[in-house]
Write a protein that binds this ligand. Structure first.
Ligand code: NIG
Ligand code: FE
Length: 396
């Protein structure tokens, strides 16, 4: 089956910079990008008219916590009144409250919720999504979450990348015992059953220390899991440097990282991943040092961090806008971060993240005639088509 996308105002290939093309058509064959060029429609082509539209790679949301039970709107309201995320967490809210709701929910319920949320992100142009566990903490619910993520992977039209997240120490268990449970039992179980591609750990003063994070990630690496890390969201406890030392695929949040951290990550090939939705949602004052990332020529990814506590934003279009408005990223940097560099943060750039011959035809057709209108029309539903492997999976 051949699909021709033609008449686009702009095609952004993301090959070098934005890779802007005009008066060019795009031919898709068997789910892959076959050719870019001046191509005339033929009788056997299915034609998609992209007149007045920007065509770009589908969004790659490389950091989400999209499977969970319950919701936490009261915490949102409390934060608006001035209470801090960390204080809410210490008072028994935060992650612990979602752990309770997720443990109580059965697999079917979690699957249904996950499917609905994936449908929503698809409407906003996301064609690949990473999903973390981490709201179980103990084996039973962690494995339940990972099973749900696996089922979703087989049942939804977009790519799903599963991550085993070591998120917090559960109550009623000693820290050291939990560390042992994670490294000696849970990681080997998850890896042997291929329940996750990545292992991630929340390295911060309210979660795991640098030393504990190192032990967890080293155990994961020994079991052939790829590595991610939540670092420098609230306090800099050396997590970014650890990410560099362990050559993690990505390090995420990075609000309080130093210039040296940025350079160390660049040298080790770690993809720095920024989560502007979380900054806005939690009203955090610290902002990532964008100048330092620019100076180091870092390939910065941006992602939603979709989760019930610190960011309920489904739309990568809005994340792009917030990266510009809240972090001062250039429009071009934000768009590259949400596609090309997102794919790099998942180790998938060989297949997705740019429009190049031979790559998967994962595309989004946007109802704007130039790319600068993408964040500018903030809040508008500008997705006309979401296309996964050459098939229209969402159409307005
Ligand atoms: O990435 N920082 C830690 N974990 C999540 C939030 C989890 C929650 O509050 O439920 C995050 O922001
Ligand atoms: Fe997160």
């Amino acid at each position: 089956m051949q699909v021709l996308i033609h008449n686009a105002s702009q095609i952004l290939t993301m090959k070098r910079g934005l890779g802007r093309l005009k008066n060019i058509s795009l031919l898709v064959e068997d789910g892959n990008i076959k050719r870019l060029g001046k191509i005339k429609p033929k009788a056997n082509y299915r034609v998609i008219d992209a007149h007045g539209c920007v065509v770009m790679p589908g969004f790659v949301d490389s950091h989400t916590h999209l499977v969970f039970g319950g919701s936490r709107e009261e915490e949102f309201a409390m934060r608006i009144k001035g209470m801090k995320y960390e204080a809410i967490a210490r008072a028994g809210g935060g992650i612990a409250s979602t752990v309770k709701k997720t443990s109580q929910a059965d697999e079917e319920t979690l699957f249904g919720l996950g499917r609905e949320r994936i449908e929503k992100v698809t409407r906003h142009g996301t064609t690949t999504v990473e999903i973390k566990s981490g709201y179980g903490l103990l084996p039973e619910t962690e494995y339940k979450m990972l099973h749900v993520i696996r089922r979703l992977k087989h049942r939804v039209p977009i790519d799903v990348v599963p991550t085993f997240l070591v998120h917090a120490v559960p109550g009623k268990i000693r820290r050291n015992d939990y560390m042992e449970l994670v490294t000696d039992e849970m990681i080997p179980f998850v890896a042997s059953r291929k329940l996750a591609v990545f292992c991630d750990v929340f390295c911060d003063r309210i979660a795991f220390s640098r030393k504990e994070s190192k032990m967890i990630l080293e155990a994961a690496r020994d079991h052939d899991l790829k590595l991610k890390i939540h670092v420098d969201e609230f306090a800099n406890i050396g997590g970014a440097r650890l990410a560099a030392e362990l050559k993690c695929t990505s390090a995420d949040h990075l609000l309080v990282s130093t210039k040296r951290d940025v350079i160390a990550m660049k040298r080790s090939g770690v993809v720095p991943t920024l989560l502007p939705g979380t900054s806005v949602f939690l009203r955090l004052k610290d902002k990532p040092n964008i100048r330092a990332f620019r100076a180091a020529r870092s390939e910065v990814a941006i992602a939603s961090d979709f989760n019930p506590g610190s960011c309920m934003i489904y739309s990568m279009l809005k994340i792009v806008a917030l990266a510009c408005l809240s972090y001062g990223m250039h429009v071009e940097e934000a768009l590259i971060g949400a596609t090309r560099n997102g794919a790099k943060a998942l180790g998938m750039f060989d297949r997705i993240g740019s429009i190049e011959e031979g790559k998967q035809a994962d595309l989004v057709v946007l109802d704007v005639d130039n790319y600068m209108k993408i964040p500018y029309e903030f809040g508008e539903d500008i997705v006309r088509y979401t296309i996964k492997k050459g098939k229209i999976i969402w159409k307005r």
